[in-house]
Design a protein around this ligand. Structure first.
Ligand SMILES: *Cc1c(COP(=O)(O)O)cnc(C)c1O
Length: 444
C-alpha cells in the first residue's frame, strides 16, 4: 500500500490552460441582464467596468480550454503547484475507513487561493493599459491577493474593506498596505453609495454587497480605472480551475479518484476551482462524483436562497445575475468566516445546483471551529474560518463512511490558513463564540 502523505508536482506541471465548464454544460447559465431594460448583456456591455479579456471570458460558453498567459504562469511559479495531502492524521482521529485528501491552497504568499485569479485579472488590466484598479474585500484575503498582484504589474489599487473586518482583522489591512494598496473601511463617506448607507444606518458594519457598490462607483467615476472582483463571476471561477486541474494529476499519482469533492462556499470561486475539472468527467458521463458546497448556516444562499435574478451588490449597481440568493439587501451575521458573508452564488454554480449536478450543506459557526481544531491538532495546519466549513463537511462525510462501514475517497480544498484569524480562535477557545440563525431579508 502506498503510504505517501504528500503528492507534489513540478513547475512544468502547472496547467497551461484553464478549464471552462460552461463549454460542457448542457444547460448554459442564463445571461446577465441589464437592469435598465432587462435585456441580456454581452461582453461589450462589461467593457466600461471590467477589462476586456475577463469580460470575454465571462460570456465564453464555447471554448473548453482557455490559455493561461505565460506571465501569469510565471507568477504562479512563486507557489504553484500546491501540494495535495492525504490527511492521514485526520483519518486516524476520526477512525474512519474514508480516504481523505486535501489540496493545500493555503501555501500561497497571501495564504489563500485568491491569488490565482488576482494575478490573471491584474495581468489583463496591465495588458490593456489600465493604470488604476479597485475592488472590495471581506475578511481581506482577496484584497491582500490583489494588492500583491497589482504591485507586481505596476497598478495603483484602492480596496474597500468591509468595516467589521477592517476592525476585526487589522493585520489583513496591514498586509494590503505593506504591498502598497490604499485601504478604505466600507461603508465610507467617499462614495455616494457609502454615504447613503451611513445616513440610513450610522452603525452599519458593512457587507461585501456594500463594498462592491462603493468600488463599482469609484471605477465608474475614475478615469482609466477598472473594477476587479474576487469571486462570484464566471471568469474568477475559471481562473481557479488550476486548483482542480493540478489535483486531478495528483489524485492520479495517489492512485485514486474522488467519490466526493468538497469546497467551502462564499461566491463560489474556490469551490468551482476544485470541482469543475472533476465535474467535467461527470458531464461527459464517465464518472459520478458528488460535489458538495459548504456554506455558513447564517448565510445559506444555496440551501435556503431562491434561484432568481438579483443584483450582485447592495446598492443595485451591478447587472442582474441569475443566482441562488438571499436578496441583495440581506445583511449577514458577523461570523468570522468573512469571505463567506455574501448574499448570492455565481451563475454557473447556481445553474449546476438547479440541474442537480452538485449539492450544498450549511454549517454552524461553532461546528466549523470544532472541525478546525480537530484538523489543526491532527494535520498541523490552522485553517481559515472559511475553509473550516469544508473541513466540517468532510468530517461529516467521513463519519458517515464509518457508520456505513464503507470506504470513500473524499477530496476537499483547503482554501486558506487561519494564522491571521487567531483572534477568532481566541474567542472560540474562551467560549465566547456563538452560532447565528438565518433570518430571511424582508424582501425575499
Ligand atoms: C474568499 C475566501 C473564500 C470564499 O470565496 P469563494 O469565492 O467562495 O471561494 C473561501 N476561503 C478563503 C480562504 C477565502 O479567502
Amino acid at each position: 500500500m502506498d503510504s505517501s502523505k504528500k503528492f507534489l508536482l513540478q513547475e512544468k506541471d502547472i496547467p497551461t490552460a484553464w478549464y471552462n465548464v460552461m463549454a460542457d454544460m448542457k444547460n448554459k447559465p442564463r445571461p446577465m441582464l441589464n437592469p435598465a431594460n432587462k435585456q441580456p448583456m454581452k461582453a461589450e456591455d462589461l467593457y466600461p467596468l471590467f477589462n476586456k479579456a475577463c469580460s470575454d471570458q465571462e460570456f465564453n460558453t464555447t471554448d473548453q480550454w482557455i490559455e493561461i498567459p505565460e506571465e501569469v504562469r510565471e507568477m504562479y511559479k512563486i507557489w504553484r503547484p500546491t501540494p495535495l495531502v492525504r490527511a492521514r492524521g485526520l483519518e486516524k482521529l476520526l477512525d474512519t475507513p474514508a480516504h481523505i485528501y486535501f489540496k493545500n491552497e493555503s501555501v500561497s504568499p497571501v495564504g489563500s487561493h485568491k491569488l490565482n485569479s488576482a494575478i490573471a485579472q491584474a495581468y489583463y488590466c496591465k495588458q490593456e493599459g489600465v493604470t488604476n484598479i479597485t475592488t472590495e474585500t471581506g475578511a481581506g484575503q482577496w484584497g491582500a491577493a490583489l494588492s500583491l498582484a497589482a504591485k507586481h504589474f505596476g497598478l495603483a489599487l484602492a480596496v474597500y474593506m468591509v468595516k467589521v473586518s477592517y476592525h476585526q482583522k487589522p493585520y489583513r489591512r496591514s498586509i494590503m498596505q505593506t504591498y502598497g494598496a490604499e485601504v478604505i473601511a466600507s461603508p465610507s463617506m467617499s462614495t455616494r453609495a457609502g454615504k447613503d448607507i451611513i445616513t440610513n444606518n450610522p452603525n452599519y458594519q458593512g457587507s461585501l454587497g456594500t463594498a462592491i457598490s462603493e468600488a463599482v462607483e469609484l471605477a465608474r467615476t475614475t478615469p482609466n480605472c477598472k473594477y476587479v472582483l474576487g469571486s462570484v463571476l464566471n471568469h474568477v471561477g475559471l481562473h481557479q480551475t488550476v486548483i482542480g486541474l493540478e489535483a486531478e494529476k495528483q489524485m492520479e499519482m495517489a492512485g485514486e479518484y474522488p467519490d466526493v469533492v468538497i469546497g467551502c462556499f462564499g461566491g463560489g470561486s474556490n469551490f468551482s476551482g476544485i470541482s469543475f475539472p472533476f465535474m467535467r468527467h461527470n458531464l461527459s458521463g464517465e464518472r459520478n462524483t458528488r460535489f458538495i458546497a459548504a456554506e455558513p448556516a447564517s448565510c445559506p444562499k444555496l440551501t435556503r436562497g431562491k434561484f432568481q435574478y438579483d443584483f450582485g451588490d447592495e446598492a443595485g449597481y451591478t447587472p442582474l445575475i441569475p443566482m441562488y440568493t438571499l436578496g441583495h439587501k440581506f445583511a449577514p451575521a458577523h461570523i468570522h468566516a468573512g469571505g463567506l458573508r455574501y448574499h448570492g452564488a455565481g451563475s454557473v454554480v447556481s445553474q449546476l445546483m438547479q440541474d442537480g449536478l452538485m449539492s450544498a450543506v450549511d454549517i454552524q459557526q461553532l461546528d466549523t471551529f470544532k472541525a478546525a481544531t480537530m484538523f489543526a491538532q491532527s494535520e498541523g495546519i490552522i485553517p481559515a474560518p472559511e475553509s473550516s466549513h469544508a473541513i466540517a463537511a468532510t468530517i461529516a462525510e467521513a463519519l458517515k463512511c464509518k457508520e456505513e462501514g464503507v470506504s470513500r475517497t473524499i477530496l476537499f480544498n483547503l482554501s486558506g490558513h487561519g494564522l491571521i484569524d487567531m483572534s477568532a480562535y481566541d474567542q472560540y477557545l474562551r467560549g465566547e463564540l456563538t452560532n447565528f440563525e438565518y433570518t430571511p431579508a424582508p424582501n425575499l
